[in-house]
Design a protein around this ligand. Sequence first.
Ligand code: PXP
Length: 235
Amino acid sequence: MARLGVNIDHIATLRQARRTDEPDPVNAVGIVERAGAFGIVCHLREDRRHISDRDLELIRRVCVSHLNLEMAAEESIAAIARRVGPDVCTLVPERREEVTTEGGLDVAGGFDQQKQIVAALAPIRCSAFIDAEAEQIRAAHEVGFHAVELHTGEYANAADEHARQDQLRRLAEGGRLAAELGLYVACGHGLTYRNVRPVVELGVFEEFNIGHSIVSRAVFTGIAEAVREMVRLVG
Ligand code: PXP
């Protein structure tokens, strides 16, 4: 059975919309773990648009499962990672103007920089968030990444069934190559309740990292109870 990592960034996004103290992503950790997730994923972005340094510290303290920290290949963030000690660091490309992580990391084109950051993070194991391209997968292996997370964004955004099938084939081939090289193989980005099954059925991914869709669903699965509680208070 594949593992589910739950990205809790967008709980913090909702808090930051009001710059208040709720909802607190730290409070989600135990609930997510008790619901059966393999682990918690969060992204400490350089602009701190959702998860803050305080969040990461507290998430590490209360997380009893597996903590995967997404981060840019930047020494200032690596220093925080070394202090906090996540179980895995997933290196992702990061641009300030993007809404979310767009495209995979260019490991092949930034070989030396990636090697340096992986060495700087040791003994924390590192995963590379990359497109399902043989060149990137081989480069991630050579750099010394322990894992790869293949980017499912193009699959999620495929315009039609033909394009979706092409992307599924690409993910399957990439996943198989990574496994042959001995890498732990995860995937994520843009996966939803509607599109995840065909990727699961490829049978090549050991881990799925999903955030936005789960947080979005939680708003609706939880809103009836939230309203009932407030009705009691105002009644
Ligand atoms: N994996 C990585 C590396 C990501 O950057 C993200 C987005 O933060 C996710 C998975 C989760 O993507 P989504 O929120 O679309 O499920």
